[in-house]
Design a protein around this ligand. Structure first.
Ligand SMILES: *Cc1c(COP(=O)(O)O)cnc(C)c1O
Length: 426
């Protein structure tokens, strides 16, 4: 690997990047010696927008200065807080504003929406997920089935990758639904699979579920803020996400949800709380529940302002950049990374994530061909040399160049460290 040539190539690509100034709007993590780390882990925890500090400080100041009056008189009145995230989230979700809401955390939102949308009837009782789903999602659906008195061993269908592959084709879901669709009440599918980085054709998944008469819900933990979404037009029934991955809203940040406008809380059962009540009459505190319009009706509690303020800061940056431009840069970062992995490391590393642009986002999942122990050593070696990636058992190194704050230079640094480590171990 020619260091000078690689760095020059990266510098040329970065010089042409119109989004490059955004990097300075984030806090870049540093090593103990103060050196800036090469952070490639935005799929797990996005970096802090510097403006998050300002917004959180403003909320603390308003609380200190105003006490309870901050509900109406804070710079961003707390009563209306969910509204400050609505437009930005709707743009990223590809939805109407009323179809999205910032609330709770991902797994909680999954439970709340499953409570409304999973309606087992007679033979139609099964839930379909992908094999190897994120543990929390599997826990949510298995515990829901049990809560309904059903046995997940017979009512939870997990679609496995075709033999020898890590990937699940949309056609596998289509053929399952073609043969067993009448048994399926609900399909819960990822936008981007957390381990493999595979992105799915969500319109195709939603259409297959609808044809079978099943509800379609999406987990967008790894998709929102990563790939452009069109939930309304794709026809999803509901979706949920967290905001600390590509949305950069910080650890434990407020999550979000989408409910298609063809559904209304007034005609669906569900768990209610005062914050889902019509805001015009919420404070009359009457016993009857009158749902708010749209997805907002699924709110239960008043929003956690301190965990929502950073999301407002981050959504502002998405609006400045535009998800289309971010996606174009993401594909450039990915192509640069892939080109050099193919040229130099294909004997050592296997790219699990599909190569076609429509089938991946920022994340590239790599399997170390020489096995799990060597893989873990490689991951630890990268960490020791200032590259932040992560490891998912049993054998996946995950790397994500994120267009809001990563550069082709970051990718070049990753490649150089990989080169050193693989040479040492061979
Ligand atoms: C990150 C992630 C979660 C995390 O759930 P929380 O409720 O936010 O703790 C759940 N599911 C998927 C698919 C994820 O990627």
């Amino acid at each position: 690997m020619n260091t000078a040539a690689l760095l020059a190539e990266a510098a040329a690509l970065d010089a042409r990047d119109a989004l490059a100034p955004l990097r300075a709007r984030f806090a870049l993590p540093v090593a103990d010696d103060g050196a800036t780390l090469t952070y490639l882990c935005g799929h797990s925890l996005g970096l802090m927008p510097l403006a998050a500090r300002t917004l959180v400080a403003e909320e603390l100041e308003d609380w200190a200065r105003l006490g309870v009056n901050g509900h109406h008189s804070a710079r961003r009145p707390w009563i209306e807080y969910a509204g400050f995230m609505q437009q930005g989230l709707a743009r990223l979700a590809g939805a109407d504003a009323a179809e999205v809401v910032a609330m709770n955390a991902l797994s909680v939102n999954l439970h709340l929406l499953l409570a409304s949308f999973y309606r087992p009837q007679c033979q139609r009782r099964c839930i379909v997920i992908e094999e190897g789903a994120f543990s929390s999602d599997r826990h949510a659906v298995a515990s829901l089935l049990q809560w309904h008195g059903l046995d997940p061993a017979t009512t939870l269908i997990e679609i496995a990758p075709a033999g020898g592959s890590d990937l699940i084709e949309e056609s596998a879901l289509e053929s399952l639904l073609a043969s067993r669709g009448a048994e399926v009440a609900l399909v819960l599918w990822p936008g981007v699979q957390y381990r493999t980085g595979q992105a799915f054709d969500l319109a195709r998944v939603a259409a297959a579920a609808r044809r079978a008469g099943a509800i379609c819900g999406f987990d967008l933990a790894h998709a929102i803020g990563n790939i452009p979404l069109a939930l309304h037009d794709d026809g999803a029934d509901f979706a949920v996400w967290c905001s600390y991955k590509y949305l950069n809203a910080g650890p434990g940040a407020i999550g979000g949800a989408f409910v298609h406008s063809r559904h209304s809380r007034a005609s669906l059962p569900g768990f209610a709380g005062w914050w889902g009540h019509d805001p015009r009459t919420r404070f009359l505190m009457e016993p009857g529940f009158v749902p708010a319009a749209g997805a907002a009706a699924w709110q239960v509690s008043n929003p956690p302002v301190l965990s929502a303020a950073p999301l407002i800061a981050s959504l502002q940056l998405f609006d400045e950049a535009g998800i289309g431009a971010l996606r174009a840069k993401s594909l450039s970062l990915d192509a640069f990374l892939r080109r050099h992995l193919d040229a130099s490391f294909s004997a050592a590393l296997h790219g699990v994530t599909p190569r076609e642009p429509a089938r991946h986002g920022c994340q590239l999942s790599l399997r170390v061909r020489s096995g799990r122990e060597a893989g873990r050593r490689l991951f630890e070696g990268l960490a020791a040399r200032g590259v932040v990636a992560d490891w998912r058992e049993p054998d996946i190194l995950r790397i994500s160049p994120v267009p809001l704050y990563n550069t082709h230079g970051d990718v070049a640094r990753l490649l150089l460290r990989l080169d050193e480590l693989l040479k040492e171990s061979s």
